[in-house]
Write a protein that binds this ligand. Structure first.
Ligand code: 3PG
Length: 214
């Protein structure tokens, strides 16, 4: 496992962020996450200005690991890299995007949920997959079932993760980290509730720690 992926895995949770106003929100949000012990963010290309957000977050918090999510094209990988992104997340498994990221030496976590996806991911030499959308695709039970024929993978489930089920996921050794938007919802960001975001991050880190130690 590469250094960036290892660091993400140590933190254990990855906020999935959609910023409508990066100039206003990227820097205070980055600080709020870091204050809560979650020095990592997946900034999705679902919103225009994602690259700006990545750049601003990295400038404000250089030690924070900032990646690009919902990446659909090689042009977006270029844009993310130019902004300082350190990992790429794609909603599905696209061999072209995987190979392109590998050439550029940036970790990529493609969304995989089926045995066929896992087969292709194995041939592409991947070690860590995004399992998306997690809850809607069978959740932890499916992740564990997939781990039987494919024990070489660790996964990052996202989709339906919350404070309620985070501990259950984090307990499983197949889980590298859990992603989610529950600590960075549109309401929290649009209303600049930075203290609440920090608090949710602290709670998440505590849940992961307890789950892993228990
Ligand atoms: C993602 O892109 O990873 C998901 O949209 C995050 O899912 P959530 O909003 O249910 O946490």
């Amino acid at each position: 496992m590469d250094q960036i992926t290892r660091q993400i895995s140590e933190i254990g949770v990855v906020p999935v962020i959609k910023l409508n106003n990066p100039e206003r929100d990227a820097v205070p949000l980055a600080k709020a996450l870091c204050d809560g012990g979650v020095a990592v963010a997946e900034v999705t290309f679902r919103a225009a200005g994602a690259a700006t957000a990545i750049r601003l977050m990295k400038e404000a918090c250089p030690d924070m690991i900032v990646g690009a999510g919902t990446v659909l094209t090689t042009a977006q990988i270029d844009e993310a890299l130019a902004a300082g992104a350190q990992f790429i997340v794609t909603p599905g498994l696209d061999a072209e995007l995987v190979k392109y990221s590998q050439e550029k030496n940036i970790p990529i976590f493609p969304g995989c949920t089926t045995p066929t996806d896992y087969h292709v991911a194995y041939k592409l030499g991947l070690e860590v997959l995004k399992f998306f959308p997690a809850e809607q695709s069978g959740g932890l039970a499916k992740i564990k079932a997939m781990n039987a024929p494919f024990p070489m993978f660790k996964v990052m489930p996202t989709g339906g993760i919350s404070l309620k089920n985070l501990g259950e996921y984090a307990k499983a050794s197949v889980i590298a980290a859990c992603g989610g938007s529950y600590m960075v919802t549109a309401d929290l960001i649009d209303n600049q509730k930075w203290g609440e975001i920090t608090d949710l991050c602290k709670q998440s880190v505590a849940i992961v720690k307890e789950a892993r130690n228990g």
